[in-house]
Design a protein around this ligand. Structure first.
Ligand code: IMP
Length: 423
C-alpha cells in the first residue's frame, strides 16, 4: 500500500480520524491534504481522546512523519494550541512538518465568514465560522498569505498590510483591531511555527522514491466538495480524491489506493435547512443522535441523522474511484428492528431518476426509494472476525457492497482503535 488516500464518502463526520489513526500504525508519512480547522477528527487510543483540527492523525505514531499539506488552511492560533495540547499529553510533535504553501487564516477571515453568513440570510450555509470561505477566496484571488511568507518578515508585513486594508474596506468598524496589534500577534506565532515549515512536496517525492508508505488524509467529505458536492451548501476546498494530489504535491499516478469512509447511516450538519433526502423522522433521528453522540467535533452542533444513502454513495465511489470502503459506526445501528437503505430517487411526481440523472445540487427535488433490511441486537462483546457479527449485520454490509459496487475491507465496531475488523 505505498500511497493510500482516505476520503469521506458522505457529508463529513464519517469517522475518518479513527480510520487514519488505525492505518497510521503502518505508515511512514501521514499528510492532511485539504480543509482547515473546520475539521474535527476524533481519535481515541492509548493516549486518550483527541479532536484534531489541523494536526494529521498520524501524530500518535512516533515513527511517522506527519505533514500539514499545501491544500490545508492553517489558523496559527489553533495549530499552536493543538501542538501545545498534544505535547502536554505526552505526544511529541517533533515529526510534524507544515507546507510552506499552506495558506494562513487571518483574524479578518473569521469576521468575514460571519458577515457573509449573515448576508446570506435564509440561504446561510451554516459554516463552522472558522474563516474557511474567505481564506480560500483569498487563495484563488491571489491575495493570500502562506506559511512560507513568514520567512521574510518585511515582505510578510507588506502582504499582511494589503490584506488588512482589503478586509477593512469590507468590514469597516467591525474590524476593531489595529494593524500593528495583528502584526505583533502573528509575528509572535511565527517564532513557534517557523521550525515546522518546509517544502513538504520534496520530502514526499523522496519518500515515494524510497517506496515508503504514505497516507493522505482527506477532511470533510465528498458531498461537501466545492465542485462535486451539494453546491452551494459545501465547504471551500476539494474534498474528493483528486484533491489529495493537489493538496500534497504527490503526482496522481503515484496514488495506489483510495479508501472511502462510509458511516453505516448518514449525518449532515449545517444551518439546518439543507436538503437531506434520507433524513429520518425526528424521533428516530434524535434517538440515534443521542445513542451515537452525533454532535459536531468542532462546533458541538447537533447532527441531523438519516438512513444510509447508497445512491449518493455510488456517486461518491465513481468520483473518487474508491478501491475499498471502511464502514464505521456499525455498532450504533444495533437495536433497530428494521433498517432502510436508499438505492434510488424519484421525482416528487413519482418518476424514477436514473443514476445518470442524479444531480448532487438538486436534492431538494427528490424522494428517496428504499429497500428494507432486518436489524440486529447488540453485537457480542469481542468481535474479532466477520463471522462474529450477527447475520443481519453481515447482510447489511453485503448490501452496501452490492449497491455501491465497492468491497468493504474495514469495519469499525466502536470508538477504540482495536474495535476494527479487517476483512
Ligand atoms: P465551512 O467549511 O466552515 O465553510 O462550512 C461549510 C459547510 O461544511 C457547513 O455546512 C459545515 O457544517 C460543513 N462542514 C465543514 N467542515 C465539516 C466537517 O469536518 N464535518 C462536517 N461538516 C463540515
Amino acid at each position: 500500500m505505498p500511497t493510500t488516500v482516505v476520503i469521506g464518502a458522505q457529508w463529513g463526520d464519517e469517522g475518518k480520524g479513527k480510520v487514519v489513526d488505525y492505518l497510521s500504525q503502518k505508515m511512514d508519512f501521514v499528510v492532511r491534504v485539504n480543509g482547515g480547522p473546520n475539521a474535527g477528527h476524533t481519535v481515541i487510543n492509548e493516549y486518550g481522546e483527541f479532536k484534531l483540527h489541523l494536526v494529521p492523525a498520524g501524530i500518535f505514531n512516533s515513527k511517522t512523519i506527519s505533514i500539514v499539506g499545501n491544500g490545508v488552511a492553517i489558523d496559527p492560533k489553533i495549530l499552536l494550541g493543538e501542538i501545545d495540547d498534544l505535547n502536554k499529553k505526552g505526544i511529541s510533535c517533533q515529526n510534524l512538518k507544515i507546507s510552506d504553501k499552506a495558506h494562513l487564516i487571518l483574524p479578518w477571515h473569521i469576521l468575514l465568514d460571519e458577515l457573509q453568513e449573515k448576508e446570506r440570510g435564509a440561504n446561510e450555509i451554516g459554516t463552522t465560522k472558522r474563516g474557511i470561505g474567505p481564506v480560500f477566496s483569498d487563495k484563488v484571488g491571489r491575495f493570500g498569505l502562506r506559511a512560507g511568507d513568514f520567512i521574510n518578515e518585511k515582505e510578510f508585513s507588506e502582504k499582511l498590510f494589503f490584506s488588512f486594508n482589503q478586509a477593512k474596506n469590507l468590514l469597516g468598524e467591525k474590524l476593531s483591531f489595529s494593524f500593528d496589534e495583528i502584526l505583533r500577534k502573528i509575528l509572535s506565532q511565527k517564532t513557534y511555527l517557523l521550525s515546522y515549515i518546509t517544502q513538504t512536496e520534496f520530502i514526499l517525492w523522496e519518500a515515494i522514491a524510497r517506496k515508503k508508505n504514505i497516507l493522505l488524509e482527506g477532511a470533510q467529505g465528498t458531498l461537501l466538495d466545492v465542485d462535486f458536492g451539494t453546491y452551494p451548501d459545501v465547504t471551500s476546498s476539494t474534498c474528493v480524491a483528486a484533491g489529495a494530489s493537489q493538496g500534497s504535491g504527490i503526482p496522481p499516478k503515484e496514488i495506489n489506493e483510495v479508501i472511502g469512509v462510509v458511516k453505516a447511516y448518514t449525518t449532515r450538519v449545517g444551518a439546518g435547512e439543507q436538503p437531506f433526502p434520507t433524513e429520518m423522522p425526528k424521533e428516530i433521528s434524535s434517538a440515534l443522535r443521542e445513542k451515537a453522540n452525533e454532535y459536531g467535533a468542532t462546533t458541538g452542533r447537533p447532527r441531523r441523522c438519516g438512513w444510509l444513502d447508497a445512491f449518493l454513495l455510488k456517486y461518491a465511489a465513481k468520483i473518487n474511484g474508491f478501491t475499498s470502503l471502511a464502514v464505521t459506526r456499525l455498532d450504533s445501528l444495533s437495536g433497530f428492528e428494521k433498517l432502510k437503505i436508499c438505492f434510488g430517487y424519484r421525482t416528487k411526481e413519482g418518476k424514477p431518476i436514473s443514476f445518470e440523472q442524479l444531480s448532487t445540487s438538486r436534492l431538494k427535488e427528490v424522494q428517496p426509494v428504499y429497500l428494507e433490511a432486518p436489524g440486529w441486537q447488540e453485537f457480542p462483546k469481542d468481535c474479532k472476525k466477520l463471522s462474529d457479527l450477527p447475520k443481519e449485520a453481515r447482510k447489511y454490509l453485503g448490501k452496501i457492497k452490492e449497491l455501491v459496487e465497492v468491497p468493504v475491507r474495514l469495519i469499525s465496531l466502536g470508538p477504540e482503535r482495536e474495535q476494527m475488523l479487517r476483512v
